[in-house]
Write a new protein. Structure first.
Length: 281
């Protein structure tokens, strides 16, 4: 770890980069964890990988050794220029560096017709929710995502009843999430204030009816709108119908009329949406 830390500090000093918390610049300095990310991604020689937040490129070169090609999107101008110089000087012809904000990035513009891809990302933690919403519901979503996330967020994503959340339902609607391993703060430079986790999400491909998806999540958002209230009261307020009517529908689905949103599984939500779809405008 010390060799990678020294190398990271030397490069940052050379580029006059002071890691910025606002950009989520906590550089991973443990070689073993890079290997664990590669193993979790399970990349084949025919795969296209979209890497987000390549940083100093340590993971990028490992991905390129496994994949058909790597599209690496880096927001920081200095880091992007450094990576581009490194790619130009190497014999790697399957790495493309793009200096852009991932939240404004359109994968389809860089993919061939019908080309599938996987995402590998070390995300700034403050964009996790919006990033997931953008890529999980994209017109051309990835087949899978391997992400370094704040540990607490990763645990919320893989939650089951009675600890479900809007985030858990939102991610599990599109795919199956699994925590691969915890990553302690000491594996980064500078150290973040929290522990992290590597998570893999395999997309099911079942979602994609965009208007119906929007209506489904409108219902779920109503359900989670007030944490301390029973589900029937939240849904009644959101759908503007009597709680008694909601209660009847809950009973028909075999659910306790006093149930709260966090106690419902994804399948429960799907059944409830099917029953209440006429009320969700």
């Amino acid at each position: 770890m010390s060799d990678l830390l020294t190398k990271t500090r030397d490069i940052c000093r050379l580029l006059e980069i002071k890691p910025a918390r606002s950009k989520g610049q906590n550089f991973l300095i443990n070689e073993k964890i890079y290997e664990d990310i590669i193993e979790a991604a399970d990349i084949k020689k025919s795969d296209t990988v979209l890497e987000i937040g390549p940083g100093l490129g340590f993971l990028t070169t490992k991905l390129a050794a496994q994949a058909k090609r790597v599209i690496a999107v880096e927001l920081d101008d200095k880091l992007a220029a450094y990576l581009q110089t490194g790619v130009a000087a190497s014999d790697r012809e399957n790495i493309k560096i793009i200096n852009e904000d991932i939240l404004k990035f359109n994968p389809a513009a860089h993919l061939a017709a019908g080309e599938k891809y996987q995402v590998v990302a070390n995300l700034p933690y403050n964009i996790t929710s919006i990033f997931l919403r953008q890529f999980l519901s994209a017109v051309r979503p990835p087949e899978s995502l391997v992400l370094m996330l704040q540990k607490e967020v990763a645990e919320r994503i893989v939650a089951v009843p009675p600890d479900m959340s809007l985030l858990a339902v939102s991610v599990q609607y599109y795919g199956a999430p699994k925590i691969i391993r915890e990553v302690k703060a000491g594996n980064f430079w500078p150290e973040p204030a929290v522990s992290s986790a590597i998570i893999r999400i395999d997309l099911s491909g079942e979602a994609g009816r965009r208007e119906e998806d929007k209506r489904f999540f409108r219902l779920v958002k109503f359900g989670f709108s007030a944490k301390r209230k029973m589900l029937k009261n939240n849904l009644a307020a959101g759908l503007k119908i009597a709680p008694k009517i909601i209660e009847e529908y809950l009973v028909k689905q075999g659910l306790d009329p006093k149930i709260r949103a966090e106690e419902l599984s994804l399948d429960d939500w799907k059944k409830l949406f099917a029953a209440l779809a006429a009320f969700v405008i």
